[in-house]
Design a protein around this ligand. Structure first.
Ligand code: IPM
Ligand code: MG
Length: 489
């Protein structure tokens, strides 16, 4: 296939390109023009994704032939797309990340002071965001008239591979410190696992400093003293939020690129969205996508081209040639549109910045690949069940009914409402909605429960018109409980 510019290089590295929606086509056009002018060796395959595909009635936003291209080239340069609002449409970004196993989302957030206004001239933070799980599992349910739920899944392999990636990245790029952000004082089991795996992996890198902050204070510090951070690794949702904060604090979300990397494939994109209101006006800043493309060039072993492009971009920025989003009359010299900005960068290919620090990528950087440490599986035992019941009434009323239904094998040990213990011994101030988590444990002193006993309990509940919404088994792992207490228990 001939690429967009008709300049297919015979020795080009196959790369899949999507022009995306909104400002996507303009910034992709600008980016590719710069890459070709810098003599990047690319064999581009263009695919359609996003709006035009959704409009064909394909709810995933991507067609099978596009997957074929991605799985063939294993490298994806992607402009932002617009996910239709409302029911039925899942974000294609997330689909691609998860389907292709792109487990680490690497988002460098750097300031370019004084040429791009920032309060933190020295900021140079790389956020490594877990990219496949957490609340982005997208497993949501409406369970009762009043209650909805989203499952937060944190796995050991998912945590371990992104955390190992963060440490390997730090070593590879000469960074000194890796900071983990989580909320494990509240989510002791899920975020607790992420933190524990971080501590385990950190112990294998004694030459790097490692630290953990609870994400709220960590976020506050990132926004007010970012120079304290170097590489940050964090679960998916915190990483989503914090990378926008960090990029904006560094200067602008408009100039941050990102690499979504897996062991086999990688996708490169700007961290900002498709900005439909700016579309078609030749205003958008292509820098986020361009810097993502620089990450791509490093990834495909064209470090010298990456160096040329990045330095020309830095020179353009320090020369005060700015798009509207970073234009500041005090510092900028010229306000340019998307196309003109690209032309200015092309005009500086071969030049290096004189004030900002130039970059020098090694000609060939072997890709970071991580493997998981084998470990024995824990011995798992069923010791009870949390049965969630849809019920409109008081805690005492449901509690009294369930006491009788639990026997003879099981006993009701507590009921919580939205996680707070309300039976036995609740207080009238606690708001109760129509969603009750009822905990049943062994009644025979062994501590053990069988699946059959739980199934029998569920049948008895159905018979008395208390149909369960769902059941969670309570397990111990090597004797350690794998479930949380009720708030107030
Ligand atoms: C990002 C974006 C995406 C995300 C959206 C568009 C699905 O905000 O890349 O940070 O939430 O990950
Ligand atoms: Mg985001």
């Amino acid at each position: 296939m001939l690429n967009h510019h008709g300049s297919q290089a015979s020795d080009g590295v196959p790369v899949t390109v999507a022009y995306g929606d909104g400002i996507g086509p303009e910034i992709m056009e600008a980016t590719l023009r710069i890459l070709y002018a810098a003599k990047a060796r690319l064999a581009v395959e263009t695919i359609q994704i996003g709006q035009s595909v959704y409009e064909k009635g394909i709810s995933s936003g991507i067609e099978p032939v596009s997957w074929d291209s991605l799985r063939r080239t294993k490298v994806f340069l992607k402009a932002p797309i617009t996910t239709p609002e409302g029911g039925g449409f899942k974000s294609l970004n997330v689909t691609v990340r998860k389907s292709l196993g792109l487990f680490a989302n690497v988002r460098p957030c750097q300031s370019y002071a004084p040429y791009v206004a920032t309060k933190y001239p020295g900021m140079d933070v790389v956020i490594v965001r877990e990219n496949e799980e957490d609340l982005y599992g997208g497993i949501e349910h409406r369970q009762t008239d009043e209650v909805t739920q989203c499952l937060k899944l944190i796995s050991r392999p998912g945590s371990e591979r992104v955390i190992r990636y963060a440490f390997e990245y730090a070593c590879r790029y000469g960074r000194r410190k890796v900071t983990c952000l989580s909320k494990d004082n509240i989510m002791k089991i899920t975020d607790g696992l992420f933190h524990r795996v971080f501590d385990e992996v950190a112990a294998e890198y004694p030459d790097l400093t490692s630290e953990h902050w609870i994400v709220d204070i960590g976020a506050a510090k990132l926004a007010t003293s970012p120079q304290q951070f170097d590489v940050v690794v964090t679960p998916n949702l915190y990483g989503d939020i914090l990378s926008d904060v960090a990029a904006q604090v560094a200067g602008s979300v408009g100039i941050a690129g990102s690499a979504n990397v897996g062991n086999q494939m990688a996708m490169f994109e700007a961290i900002h969205g498709s900005a439909p209101r700016r579309a078609g006006k030749n205003e958008a800043n292509p820098s986020g996508l361009l810097l993502a493309a620089v990450q791509m060039l490093v990834h495909i072993g064209q470090g010298e081209v990456a160096t040329t492009v990045h330095n020309a971009w830095l020179r353009t920025i320090e020369d005060g040639v700015h798009t509207y989003d970073i234009y500041d009359p005090a510092m900028s010299k010229e306000k340019v549109g998307t196309r003109e900005f690209a032309t200015e960068v092309i005009g500086r290919l071969g030049q290096r910045p004189q004030k900002l620090r130039p970059v020098d990528y090694p000609a060939h950087v072997p890709p970071i690949s991580v493997s998981l440490k084998p470990r024995p599986r824990a011995r798992k035992e069923l010791v009870g069940a949390d049965v969630f019941i849809d019920w409109s009434g008081t805690a005492d009323a449901i509690g009294k009914r369930l006491e009788g239904i639990a026997a003879p094998n099981l006993r009701l040990t507590m009921i919580t409402n939205r996680g707070t213990k309300v039976y036995p011994g609740g207080v009238p101030e606690t708001l109760c909605v129509d969603h009750w988590r009822c905990r049943f444990e062994s009644a025979d002193g062994t501590g053990r429960v069988t699946h059959r006993q739980v199934i029998d309990l569920l049948s008895r509940l159905v018979e008395v018109d208390l149909p369960p919404i769902k059941t969670e088994g309570l397990f111990t792992f090597d004797g350690v409980p794998g479930f949380s207490l009720g708030q107030g228990q």
